[in-house]
Design a protein around this ligand. Structure first.
Ligand SMILES: NC(=O)c1ccc[n+]([C@@H]2O[C@H](COP(=O)([O-])OP(=O)(O)OC[C@H]3O[C@@H](n4cnc5c(N)ncnc54)[C@H](O)[C@@H]3O)[C@@H](O)[C@H]2O)c1
Length: 107
């Protein structure tokens, strides 16, 4: 079975938490990481053994990225998610609180 290629956007606390578990999954392959702070992406890249990209667009443009784990601050989730969906990629957002339909429609 082909592995699902996953890109990590946001290499902070929860992004790294999930990524460390993703790399142990049989049917999933972490294929790249990106962060607005180059040092954060570089550190995650070195730890996880995958390429680092500068931000949304460089990561999402990679053909091996079939799904994106969005682990950036809440206010950036909408843009990141819509960009990924626009490319036909699946997304999952790390959120400690779901804002609900009325709030999410405006954020
Ligand atoms: N920390 C937790 O326990 C926890 C639990 C559940 C959900 N969450 C959610 O996960 C998300 C991230 O939380 P965190 O604690 O990991 O934050 P964090 O600040 O540790 O990490 C966020 C990372 O995103 C990067 N970033 C910010 N804007 C960016 C952009 N536009 N493009 C690329 N990278 C960008 C930052 O440089 C940083 O490395 C939040 O939405 C939070 O609510 C966190």
């Amino acid at each position: 079975m082909a592995k699902l290629g996953v890109g990590l956007l946001g290499c902070g606390g929860i992004g790294l938490h999930h990524a460390r578990r993703l790399v142990r999954q049989e049917h999933v392959e972490l294929v790249g990481v990106a962060d607005a702070v180059p040092e954060a992406a570089a550190s995650a890249s070195a730890e996880l053994g995958v390429p680092a990209f500068a931000g949304y667009d460089d990561l999402l443009a990679r053909p091996e990225v079939a799904a994106v784990l969005v682990a950036t601050p809440n206010h950036t989730h909408r843009e990141a998610t819509l960009r990924a969906i626009g490319r036909g990629q699946a997304t999952s957002s790390a959120r400690s609180r779901w804002p609900g339909p009325s709030e999410s429609a405006t954020r």
